[in-house]
Design a protein around this ligand. Structure first.
Ligand SMILES: C[S@@+](CC[C@H](N)C(=O)[O-])C[C@H]1O[C@@H](n2cnc3c(N)ncnc32)[C@H](O)[C@@H]1O
Length: 202
């Protein structure tokens, strides 16, 4: 199928789908309205497990609705939930993604993070450079060999440029003997979102 060349989010999903298989464990660091969670679910199927984080209950409820409509088994966990067990289905955690390593049941074949604010929600509840970088550090430690981490950055909102710089520095400094890193960017539009994909070497 022909892709829209500059749909950065779709490129991120597409590049994850090349390595994620049915039955795999995958993480969504920013559930939002659940579109990435759904894309991950379509990759891992009903035998796989998707763990998705968000700090807003509004986002998790929207994601749950989308996932239930897709026929998935969904578990919604409140704040303070301890380590999840390995179990097929969708786990939605009302938790900051800096709690990633304390919450997930194993190593992931794919991790996605679509940064910024919830479309249609409060713009102040936005991802922030410090917590984003912490979550990315943890993501690298819980990524399985051969797995990929895809991050979409939006420089256009207040604080977005600073977050973009922090994320760019993070990926630029990853050890190239452990990670292959790709960056994709629309070149002829100002403040366009951009994508990093890192693949952990076997
Ligand atoms: C651009 S939206 C995500 C879009 C989503 N992936 C989708 O497919 O609809 C960013 C989300 O990140 C969430 N967020 C912001 N800070 C967060 C944090 N520290 N931990 C987890 N989620 C966070 C926001 O609440 C918002 O829902």
């Amino acid at each position: 199928m022909k892709r829209d060349l500059i749909r950065i989010i779709q490129w991120g999903q597409e590049l994850l789908s090349e390595v994620v298989q049915l039955g795999d464990l995958v993480f969504d660091l920013t559930a939002g309205n659940g579109q990435d969670t759904l894309a991950l679910y379509q990759m891992v199927g009903s035998t796989g497990q998707v763990v998705a984080f968000d700090i807003q209950s509004q986002a998790l409820l929207a994601t749950r609705e989308r996932m239930v409509a897709a026929g998935a088994q969904v578990r919604l966990h409140p704040q303070g939930t301890q380590l999840l067990r390995s179990d097929p289905g969708i786990d939605l955690l009302e938790m900051c993604h800096t709690e990633l390593t304390g919450g997930v049941p194993g190593l992931a074949k794919g991790i996605i993070a679509n940064l910024g604010y919830l479309p249609g929600g409060q713009r102040e509840l936005v991802t922030r450079p410090d917590s984003t970088v912490k979550a990315l550090e943890q993501s690298c430690s819980v990524l399985a060999a051969g797995g990929r981490l895809a991050v979409v950055v939006y420089p256009g909102h207040p604080g977005g440029t600073e977050e973009g710089t922090a994320v760019t520095n993070f990926f630029t400094e990853l050890d190239d003997s452990t990670f292959k890193v790709l960056q994709m960017q629309v070149s002829n539009r100002s403040q366009a979102p951009f994508l990093f994909v890192a693949e952990k070497q076997s």
